[in-house]
Write a protein that binds this ligand. Structure first.
Ligand SMILES: [Cu+2]
Length: 367
């Protein structure tokens, strides 16, 4: 079999071109499009090592190319070029240059590690969040504010955020590429990460440690707001227990179904009826669900239609997840009841008049 000699390099080159064309430097999960000082320091370190590598590559291949060309065998000459074995000066330089290169990489690396990776004494006004990874969603607890929520980490802009990372089951990894490098979440090992967001906005997060099943759908959002909006958000959670169910009959019906359909055995809603024991920490807390932008670990937007679809058949939205389908497919009341429960959930934390535009951070664009 005869293949053309140029086919292989041509194939490799087109593969490379294809790979590069898939690169996106400003996507919602790009480490190059940084949005805070920690991610910025890490990106700068990466770019510096990358540039230095190119200097080394160009230097080494340049010298090699020059030597190959300059000392190539010439017609009619069998003489061996002058050898430099035992050239002390050259050997010293060949030792010094790599040492300089190693130092040029090591010093910024160690400095960045200490600036970004170590445990910190939190700033006075830092926001502390205990994050627990579950197969396949995120629990966010703000111990100082008495708030528990899921899948959307609301933070104030320009203030340090310290996250204590834990897992309830297997290994997960907390990663918000535009804000900070990833950090493993290991059961019973209190790993920590800290970061700050410079600008209000919605930042995409993703579990970065293969955790089986729906791992690829284990996403989340960090929503950075200004201080006033953050305080309003926090207050809204703290007051949730005292809020009454909205008067709308459909919402009232949904509220009742939340208990009778068994949702309350898994899910907590602060302030839900005194006579019903609601939820356990091991399922997403649905308090103020009407303020959420997304459903099921940021897999789909929080719209009435998506929420109904989620309740009718969770597997159709997020294959592998552990929320059961509660209604039988042939239940004649399913459509009406699902619509009612969805309306109830979407009313939580929302003033009746502003229901359509209540999502927090929604005006900051989609990343
Ligand atoms: Cu995971």
């Amino acid at each position: 079999m005869q293949t053309h000699r140029w086919l292989r390099p041509a194939g490799l080159l087109s593969l490379l071109a294809l790979g590069l064309s898939g690169c996106e430097f400003a996507g919602p999960q790009s480490i190059f499009d940084t949005a805070g000082p920690i991610a910025e320091a890490q990106r700068d370190l990466f770019v510096w090592s990358y540039q230095l590598s190119w200097i080394v590559v160009i230097g080494v291949f340049g010298v090699m190319g020059y030597v190959i060309w300059r000392f190539r065998q010439r017609k009619g000459s069998d003489a061996i070029p002058k050898q430099f074995h035992g050239n002390t000066a050259l050997e010293i330089w060949l030792t010094i240059i790599p040492v300089i290169i190693v130092i040029a990489v090591a010093v910024p690396t160690v400095r960045t590690i200490f600036a970004t990776e170590t445990r910190v004494v939190p700033d006075e006004d830092a926001v502390i969040v205990n994050v627990t990874g579950y197969q396949w969603w995120w629990r966010f607890e703000y111990p100082e504010l008495g708030i528990v929520t899921a899948n959307e980490l609301v933070i104030p802009t320009d203030r340090q955020v310290v996250v204590n990372l834990d897992s309830a089951d297997v290994l997960h990894s907390f990663w918000v590429p535009r804000l900070a490098g990833k950090r493993d979440m290991i059961p019973n090992q209190n790993n920590q990460l800290h970061f700050t967001a410079d600008e209000p906005g919605e930042y995409y997060g993703q579990c970065a440690e293969l955790c089986l099943g729906a791992h690829a759908y284990m996403k989340f959002r960090v929503i950075a707001t200004d201080d006033a909006e953050f305080d309003a958000w926090a207050t809204s959670f703290q007051e949730a227990a005292d809020r009454t169910v909205q008067a709308d009959p459909q919402i009232q019906q949904g509220e009742a179904l939340f208990a009778t359909k068994g949702c309350a055995t898994c899910h907590t809603i602060d302030g839900y009826r005194d006579d019903v024991r609601v939820g356990t920490p091991d399922f997403p807390n649905l308090t103020n669900f009407g303020l959420r932008n997304t459903i099921a670990a940021a897999v789909v937007d929080n719209t009435q239609a998506n929420l109904e679809q989620w309740l009718r058949d969770p597997q159709s939205i997020k294959p592998g997840n552990r929320m059961p389908a509660v209604w039988d497919t042939n239940d004649p009341n399913a459509d009406e009841e699902i619509a009612a429960v969805a309306a109830y959930l979407r009313s939580l934390g929302v003033e009746p008049a502003t229901q359509t535009q209540a999502s927090i951070g929604a005006n900051h664009g989609d990343r």
